[in-house]
Every structure is written in structure tokens, then in C-alpha cells.
Ligand binder design. Structure first.
Ligand SMILES: O=C(O)C1=C[C@@H](OP(=O)(O)O)[C@@H](O)[C@H](O)C1
Ligand SMILES: C=C(OP(=O)(O)O)C(=O)O
Length: 438
């Protein structure tokens, strides 16, 4: 599906969708337990994949849209061996978290995913599961899915790199809690995306599962049970970043875009508020009310370290194309291991729209002074974050922008185009008309 975006002004209130990261963890934690109602879950493609894995492991997940809840019956401890392969589709979080869970199964579990997911690195996690006494192999012996995992992983200590994916740590902590001996994860290189491990620890704590920071990494004592009657998911700051960016570049003169559902949590991506502030945006976060207001203002380039916040790179790159001066996004190599290589994909696609961008292995610099955004046909490359960041650029490009593969917003923010339209953006994301709020 194509989305066509014409230059627009936006204003009004919008609600952030619930957090994808919290939803994945809550569904799987509920699966490790004996039953939980997950309130305000993100009902989108990636959490649905985690929900199906919980079901395959012997639990049950009922999505109740009317009640805004997912009712989970857990498999209570070690998962049952699934009857069929587990397809994680496009979701890296699902594949990593489910790989460690599968390591606990008595027999073998086969995990696969779409083309993108089967190209993403899993090797260090497979080695860790093997070091803990399970079996974990890549069928193509290239460290990528399809995977064959199982054979009753036990507890113990493992060393893994921290600069490929923090999801390996999350996965081992979640599974380690139900082993007899617990799991200690020592990091052999500095941890990137570290706030995501704090999200994990926050969710596990809410399910009564204790974790620890150690000198070399993290540990989880064994013999624990996941227990929570209810768990409520907060709003998603990666999704919020697109709405705030839309307001910062395209809000109608003097009028704010107000994003609701922005309560403080462990999400590193709340750093988008600080990034916008440093760029000169008129942005105000009322933490108590969970609301962020942003008005359009002149933006200036800044340097942003995305070591902790890889998912913000596409949003910041778009902001950089609108700002004056250079926006340098550094510490970004791990952003290449996502649904696409987002460093080079954003360089190329923003380049098609007239942005001047310099790509280096670990950084992306957008030269705002040499960037004059013009409408173009750009390719979302099957990556939800590219689609959303390029759509925001389309709000201020001269002429019409067509984003290919717009349906991929389904992964994390299914209502994205409707939300933009309700704010007043001229967006046509369906055959037969331009959606614009009255
Ligand atoms: O654990 C999570 O929920 C996530 C961790 C991050 O990945 P990495 O740890 O692989 O950087 C992030 O990019 C991803 O969108 C979600
Ligand atoms: C990288 C992402 O998610 P995952 O790793 O779960 O595919 C993302 O949502 O940007």
C-alpha cells in the first residue's frame, strides 16, 4: 500500500499507542506465569506474534478489544514443546525472547520469521543457550533464523556481547527466572540499548520476579514464579516521537500538537523530548498528566548519541533534514541490525527527498542547510519506522510524497495514518480519497 502525503499543517490532541516493548514482556511474563490480564496492550502485528508463541507453548491469549485487554493463561514455568514451528514474522523482540524460552522446553522448538527477521543476528543468544546446557542452532549455520532450540536449558553463567542486541539479555533474564539455578549474564562489550533491559526489570518486578545488576552485567535468581493478576501497559515513546516530530515541523502557527498517554516509564525513547528541546523546539512535558505539547518552531541541528535509543534514529534524521545546520546522530552502528539497516536506509530515502546526508559506519549526519525537502516516491522497505519517519518528512516537503509499503505501520502503530489525518494532515493511505480531519 502506498501512502501519499501532501504539505500540511497539524494541530490538536492525539493519543500514543501502548508500548510495544512493555506489551511483549507483559504477554510473555504472563505466559511464564499462571494467568494475567494485560490492560491496554498494544494490539499490533509484533505483540500478536509474541501472543501466538505463548499459545504455542501451552498458554492461551485472548485479545479483548472492547475491554482494551489481553487475557493470558500461562504455561506456568517451562514451556510445552509446540505442535508446529513458531513464526515470529517481523518481530525481533519476539524471536529473541522466545528463543530463550524455547531453550527451556524439554524437546525442540523451530523458530522462523519473515525475510527481514531471518537476516538479523541471533548468534550470541544461540551460544548462550548452549552454554547454559540447551541446544540452539541456526539451520543455515549462519547465526540467523530458522532456529532449532530446546533440550532443557539449565541455569548458569554466560558471557555475551552487549553491542548486538539488548534483547539477548532480556531473553536470558526472563527465562533464567524459571531455571533451578538462575542465570548470570556477563557482558563482554558495553551494553547498547540499555534502557530496554531496565524495561524488562521493571516488568519482571511487577510480576514478582527479582533481577539484579552485577559488576559485569545482570543476574536473575532461579526458582522464581511469575505472578500478577493485572498489568497495565504505558504509552509508547518511539511512536510518540513521530507525533512530536510532526508537531515540531508542521504544527499550525502557534497551535500545539498535544500527545496524551506519555507517562514517565523506563523507556529510553522519552529522550525525544530532550532532543527536540535541544533543537530549539517549543516542547513541554507535563509528566503528571502524561501529556506533551509541541509547537512549530525553527529547529537547529544538534549531536545525538543513539546508543541507548536506536529506534529514534529515523525520527531524528527527519528532524535534521528540516533543521538549520548539521544534525549528527552518533553511536549508531547497532541501528543497522533492525528490520532494515536504518542508517543507510534513512540516508538513501531522505536523499531521494533532497536531503544532504553523510553516512559513516557508526553515524549519520544530516546537513540541514543543504537539504531542501521535495516530494518524491520513497520506499519504506518493509520497515515501520522508516514509513513513519518519511511520512513526517512528507508533511513539509514541497509537493506530494509517496511512501511505499505504508501498511507496515501495522507492526507498531496501526493507527498512525489515521492519527496524522485526525491532526489535519493531508494523507491518502487507502485507495479512493484523501483523509483529512474536518
Ligand atoms: O527489547 C526491546 O523491546 C527492544 C530493544 C531494542 O533492540 P536492541 O536491543 O536489539 O537494540 C529496540 O531497538 C527494539 O525496537 C525493541
Ligand atoms: C527494532 C524494532 O523491533 P524488533 O527488534 O522487535 O523487531 C523496532 O520496533 O524498531
Amino acid at each position: 500500500m502506498d501512502a501519499r502525503i501532501s504539505p500540511s499543517r497539524v494541530a490538536g490532541r492525539a493519543r500514543a499507542p501502548p508500548s510495544k516493548s512493555y506489551t511483549h514482556r507483559a504477554l510473555l511474563a504472563a505466559g511464564y506465569g499462571d494467568g494475567t490480564v494485560v490492560r491496554d496492550p498494544l494490539d499490533s502485528a509484533d505483540p500478536r506474534a509474541t501472543g501466538r508463541a505463548v499459545t504455542a507453548f501451552g498458554g492461551a491469549v485472548e485479545w479483548d478489544d472492547a475491554a482494551n485487554a489481553a487475557r493470558v493463561d500461562g504455561f506456568d514455568g517451562r514451556p510445552r514443546t509446540p505442535d508446529d514451528v513458531v513464526n515470529c514474522e517481523n518481530s525481533g523482540t519476539t524471536m529473541r525472547l522466545v528463543t530463550a524460552a524455547a531453550g527451556l522446553a524439554a524437546d525442540l522448538v523451530v523458530l522462523t520469521g519473515d525475510d527481514s527477521l531471518r537476516s538479523r543476528p541471533q548468534g550470541p543468544l544461540l551460544e548462550a543457550v548452549e552454554a547454559l546446557g540447551g541446544r540452539a542452532e541456526s539451520t543455515r549455520r549462519n547465526g540467523r533464523a530458522p532456529l532449532v532450540v530446546g533440550d532443557g536449558m539449565e541455569g548458569g553463567a554466560v558471557s555475551i556481547p552487549g553491542d548486538v542486541s539488548s534483547q539477548f539479555v532480556t531473553a536470558l533474564l526472563m527465562a533464567g527466572a524459571v531455571t533451578d539455578g538462575g542465570v548470570r549474564v556477563d557482558l563482554s562489550t558495553a551494553l547498547k540499548s540499555a534502557p530496554y533491559v531496565e524495561i524488562t526489570r521493571e516488568v519482571l518486578d511487577a510480576f514478582g520476579v527479582e533481577t539484579e545488576r552485577t559488576d559485569a552485567g545482570f543476574a536473575v535468581p532461579g526458582g522464581q514464579s511469575y505472578r500478577a493478576d493485572e498489568y497495565a501497559v504505558p504509552g509508547d515513546f518511539s511512536s510518540i516521537s513521530y507525533l512530536l516530530a510532526a508537531g515540531a515541523v508542521a504544527a499550525a502557527g502557534g497551535e500545539p500538537v498535544v500527545v496524551e498517554g506519555a507517562r514517565p516509564s523506563a523507556q529510553g525513547d522519552s529522550a525525544i523530548v530532550d532532543v527536540l528541546d535541544r533543537m530549539g523546539a517549543d516542547v513541554d512535558w507535563d509528566r503528571g498528566a502524561g501529556e506533551i505539547a509541541v509547537r512549530r518552531s525553527a529547529l537547529s541541528g544538534v549531536e545525538v548519541d543513539v546508543g541507548d535509543t536506536p529506534d529514534l534514529l529515523p525520527t531524528i534524521a527527519t528532524l535534521g533534514a528540516v533543521a538549520d545546520g548539521d544534525t549528527r546522530i552518533v553511536n549508531a552502528e547497532h541501528v543497522r541490525y533492525k528490520e532494515t539497516d536504518r542508517v543507510s536506509a534513512m540516508a538513501e530515502e531522505l536523499g531521494r527527498m533532497g536531503a544532504s546526508v553523510t553516512e559513516e559506519p557508526d553515524s549519520l549526519t544530516v546537513h540541514g542547510d543543504d537539504s531542501d525537502l521535495r516530494g518524491a516516491t520513497v520506499d519504506g522497505r518493509g520497515d515501520h519506522r522508516l514509513v513513519m519517519a518519511l511520512a513526517v518528512a512528507g508533511l513539509v516537503a514541497e509537493g506530494e510524497t509517496t511512501v511505499r509499503g505504508a501498511e507496515h505501520v501495522e507492526v507498531s502503530f496501526p493507527g498512525f495514518f489515521g492519527t496524522l489525518a485526525a491532526l489535519g494532515a493531508a494523507v491518502d493511505s487507502e485507495p479512493g480519497g484523501t483523509a483529512r480531519a474536518e
